[in-house]
Design a protein around this ligand. Sequence first.
Ligand code: COI
Length: 356
Amino acid sequence: MITTGQKIAIRPSDSSRLQATDLEHVKFGRVFSDHMFVMDHANGTWSDPRIVAFENLSISPASAVLHYGQSIFEGLKAYRRNDGSVAIFRPQANIARMNRSAKRMCMPPIPEDLFMEAMAELVTQDKGWIPDGDDASLYIRPFLIASDEYIGIRPSDTYRFMIFTCPVRGYYAEPVRVQIEQEYSRAFPGGTGDAKCAGNYAAALYPAKLAQDRGVHQLLWTDATEHKYIEESGTMNIFFRIGDTLVTPETGGTILEGVTRDSIIQLARRAKLPLEVRKVSVAEVVEAARAGQLKEAFGAGTAATIAHIAQIAFNDELFELPALEERIVANRLGSELDDIRRGRAVDTFGWMVPVA
Ligand code: COI
């Protein structure tokens, strides 16, 4: 564990935008709370950790991040619980993943204690921004960028780490239509598929746009070598229920190790549901769909938690999945997760970290 004894300076904003914000109708990712955390890295050391008013950055056009994409991020959420307190869901898992991404992208790790304290302090400062309602939370977006003014190619010597938050509600307005992708790839062995780096998302935009032009919301990504195995769903991990068994692809370098994915696996194990974490072939999913055995499919990620899949397109076939009320496993595990987050169920896993 990397720790530092540094203290975070807090310089509150002199004017809050909260009163002028309609928290009832926020759109995901468009509204930002009053404060942000900033910290700089140079000469091998992090310095000047501070919470300041949310404001624009001023960076050089030659800043390394703009050219070579040394940029990683995380996404996690703080929830208001039924007793009025506020807690962050599994922050240590996101901190650990951020530092794995940093290693892969040749960036310095962030001291875990400072990272945690920064999130706790930021959420405390802006807890008034958490909207009311069962679908509402405060989305926390930590990110790390290279900041050298240099356009030669090498790892940057300097970096900036920042965190801001957004009041959010649901991510998808409706169950999603997906298509099994057989031409483009999201990740490949030895690549950056398990790092949460900006470039992964940029590279997925064009194939996703082609799919959207064909009327689907997102792609079911397959392995880059043979397009035979399913890997992810859009920006989320993927789960299927085939017959009675919940199946999800095993990670192994090309798939992001999702915190929501891991939580669903742990809840399914606790409930002793039939669960297989292994390679999932396109052929078996298509066969199951043809035979009426594909009972459920859903994406799992921080933004949406569970995104039910309504339809799966494969070549000329279109498979319609059962009605949402029949999605007994996703509905059950989704509710159990929500109950833990809201403090309606005992948090036996120790997932919630109270901050305010
Ligand atoms: C998530 O579902 O958590 C994501 O990573 C989506 C995000 C890029 C908005």
